[in-house]
Design a protein around this ligand. Sequence first.
Ligand SMILES: Nc1ncnc2c1ncn2[C@@H]1O[C@H](COP(=O)(O)OP(=O)(O)OP(=O)(O)O)[C@@H](O)[C@H]1O
Length: 300
Amino acid sequence: MALRIENVTKRFGKKIAVDQLSMLVEPGEMFGMLGANGAGKTTTFRMMIGLFEPNDGEVTWDGQAPQSLSARTIGYLPEERGLYPKLKVMEQMIYLGRLRGLSKKEVMAEVNMWLERFNIPHYRKAKVENLSKGNQQKVQFIAAVLHRPDLLILDEPFSGLDPINVDLLKTAVKELRDGGTTIVFSSHDMEHVESLCENLCIMDEGTPVVHGKLKDIKRTYEKRKLHVRADFPIDFLEHIDGVLDMTVGAQETTIDIRDEGVAEAIFASLQDQGGYVRHFSVEEPTLHDIFVEKVGRSYV
Ligand SMILES: Nc1ncnc2c1ncn2[C@@H]1O[C@H](COP(=O)(O)OP(=O)(O)OP(=O)(O)O)[C@@H](O)[C@H]1O
């Protein structure tokens, strides 16, 4: 039941919103879509749910076009949150659940379970407009999952939530994934994607610039950052082959190096000095480092 995006392009007039995007989301996987404003994430999601047709290429879930899937197959948290402000939470959920073929009883059981989990059971009968932005977002999330979809698409699920609620939602999303739901979510925030996904795609102006398994992406990036704190001057390190840049801070010196082998050479030459080295560490590359190298500018 994989989600396949094959060579998909979507244009709006002359604007190419998504340009030859291919990606595969395996069943039961959590896949992260990263990209700054206007990168093409929402357009991609709208093609996944069948709201937009690609100009070229194909989107399928389990071999079928999204338009031909049952209303229960996909759950979608839209970026432009779309709840009816005047309706009460449970009324609204029952309405949405019935549209997807659930009975009132089924919806109520499911929604009550989620409201408890999100620590807002007392809002069952509250009008949506009277809820805080974060709580409205939780309710919108419940609307996306109440029919237990096989494929869950979440557009910026963490934006606007405080850190406690981000954790609450992350835990819920992980549990759904562990229960077999296939999840695709977007975020501007690289850390959310690094902490949740094995596979990811970074979009930039409609084009996938970094794509694949997080582990493999990191492995192919050789540059490293080194942090050194020593009780003696270490400026001589800048002459070592493979040192790309050195920044002397108040506490420690940060050294950009060509690859991890250079760290060994630096370590050996520090030992030769015979002084006391308080700190020596090699930093893993972040997604941000990788983006900067690929695209030639900062992410946001
Ligand atoms: N319906 C539309 N008509 C015309 N242009 C559109 C339409 N939808 C999106 N675009 C354009 O396509 C590009 C990609 O937009 P999209 O909303 O997919 O990006 P995004 O990555 O979701 O950005 P954000 O993080 O700001 O939501 C943008 O330049 C946008 O202006």
